[in-house]
Design a protein around this ligand. Structure first.
Ligand code: 5GP
Ligand code: ZN
Length: 112
């Protein structure tokens, strides 16, 4: 298996977990770009937003159901940003669907 995030799901690569259940995992980004920077991923391998289908979208709904709880547990009472980079123009570097939760300070208005 060559997918870094699948290896994190399997425990082959350690991570600092923020939330886990049978379908999804949240862990702290190794190179944080804000005081709080958490990645939320499906345990099943989906390459990117482009790989979301009617068959697998329930896990995406679950991720978004859990994001408020993960953000609150991380202390993000004043707001946060959720980002998913998809493909080369968005600078996606890990080809396993993930949602960045960024917060802990006032973020810039610039999104790109
Ligand atoms: P992307 O650029 O694909 O949107 O985001 C990938 C994110 O994964 C980056 O923010 C990067 O720092 C993070 N990342 C890459 N490898 C690892 C790792 O092994 N562990 C953790 N915790 N984060 C990683
Ligand atoms: Zn994967």
């Amino acid at each position: 298996m060559s997918c870094i995030f699948c290896m994190i799901v399997d425990g082959a690569i350690p991570s600092k977990k923020a939330y886990e259940d049978d379908e999804i995992l949240a862990f702290h980004d190794i190179n944080p770009q804000a005081p709080v920077h958490i990645l939320v991923i499906p345990k099943v391998h989906i390459p990117s937003v482009d790989g979301v289908t009617a068959e697998n979208s329930a896990v995406v709904a679950r991720i978004f159901e859990k994001i408020p709880q993960i953000a609150a547990a991380a202390g993000l009472a004043n707001g946060y940003r959720v980002i998913s980079n998809c493909g080369p123009d968005a600078c996606q570097t890990v080809p396993h669907l993930h949602f960045h939760i960024l917060g802990g300070r006032a973020l810039t208005e610039q999104m790109a």
